[in-house]
Design a protein around this ligand. Structure first.
Ligand code: SF4
Length: 370
């Protein structure tokens, strides 16, 4: 199974915590869409298998006209073998969603929306500098569900100015609205974000790690009580609604990424496009690929396998680690230590994180690194 990722690098305004690549405004849309279609044509021989998932991320794909989304989808279908699309996801913000746009996305083939809700509180949304309000968040979900989309929403916990009860209400609200999938991210401070600058100036508070951990633990407990499957550290789904495209990333399946800053993986190499709209368009217009690549060493491969695998409900597998040539005394020692601390559990050949271990996922994975 192969997936295609399309990066749409435009947003209405900059959210305070965000370090993704985007430009505000849509004046470059036409030029960019032309370039993405040309990049697709230039790389049409890079995928052997049929495309089964397409994912529009960003930036804000819902910010550009639905006709532009339709054009890119047609371009993918013209250049790759697309027998049956199992999932076509579009990241959308609540302020872009209305009945007419939803119908146009549906006609273009979009099956799943990943809606950037983040919170159902106006005070939280204002703190984050989101472009929508709580009412728009709720209405956009109701409308998308009514029109038959599979709906995932993003929510952020650990906001420094937000109370625990507000986070709990956000989850209760999501559950009550009947969404199929939840991505719950702990707020993390990244360099080169407005939040970092505001903290440095003393205008905004930093996050409280204990509060973030407590909210994460409450999330796991609450959602499991209501039958949600915690299948990746930040992702929960109702039975049968795992994100197919993202799951294939976590299972190291190949994918191609198009657009500025998009990454690709072919099983052996990772490559990434330049994170600059003008440089990207200029190169593509000259039929050059504006990307760099890295050949993965056996060490890179095992580290990535452990890092991404441990974050999932499938964990990592002893037989796979043996077949990759990295099952040794050091691995056994680290495994034994974390089993004794009840941070990991071993079931047959599968090693997975316990709920206690999920809090320390990255540090545990790093202990195994070679
Ligand atoms: S979080 Fe999403 S909408 Fe906000 S600036 Fe980043 S990419 Fe744009």
């Amino acid at each position: 199974m192969s997936g295609i990722y399309i990066h749409i690098p435009f947003c209405r305004q900059a959210c305070v915590y965000c370090n993704f690549y985007f430009k505000t405004g849509t004046s470059q849309t036409e030029m960019l869409v032309e370039a993405i279609c040309k990049e697709i044509e230039l790389r049409k021989n890079e995928l052997k298998e049929a495309v089964e998932t397409i994912y529009f991320g960003g930036g804000t794909p819902s910010f550009i006209p639905p006709q532009a989304i339709d054009k890119i989808i047609k371009c993918v279908k013209e250049n790759f073998t697309v027998s049956e699309i199992k999932e076509l996801t579009l990241e959308a913000n609540p302020d872009d969603i209305n009945e007419s746009i939803l119908k146009q996305w549906k006609a273009a083939g979009v099956t799943r929306l990943s809606i950037g809700v983040q919170s159902f509180y106006n005070s939280d949304l204002k703190w984050m500098n989101r472009a929508h309000n709580a009412q728009e968040a709720e209405e956009s979900i109701q409308l998308a569900l009514a029109l038959g989309f599979e709906v995932s929403i993003d929510l952020i916990f650990g906001l420094p100015e937000s109370r625990d009860e507000q986070w709990r209400f956000n989850l209760i609200k999501a559950q009550a609205l009947g969404v199929h999938h939840l991505s719950c991210y702990g707020l993390t401070l990244e360099e080169n974000t407005p939040w970092k600058k505001l903290i440095d100036r003393g205008t905004y508070k930093a996050a409280d790690e204990n509060k973030t951990t407590a909210q994460f633990e409450w999330t796991m407990e609450f959602l499991s009580r209501y039958g949600w499957e915690h299948y990746e550290i930040s992702n929960y789904c109702q039975p049968g609604y795992k994100a197919k495209h993202n799951t294939s990333y976590w299972q190291q399946k190949p994918y191609l990424g198009f657009g500025p800053s998009a990454h690709s993986f072919n099983g052996k190499e990772r490559s990434w496009n330049v994170a600059d709209n003008n440089a990207y368009v200029e190169a593509i217009q000259q039929s050059k690929l504006p990307s760099e690549k890295e050949l993965l060493t056996p060490e890179n491969k095992i580290n990535e396998y452990v890092m991404t695998g441990l974050r999932t409900q499938w964990g990592i597998n002893l037989e796979t680690i043996k077949s990759m040539g990295f099952y040794n005394q050091n691995f056994e020692n680290v495994l034994e230590k974390h089993l004794q601390e009840a941070l990991l559990k071993l079931d047959g050949d599968a090693i997975t994180l316990t709920n206690k271990g999920k809090v320390f996922a990255d540090a545990i994975a790093a202990d195994f690194f070679v």
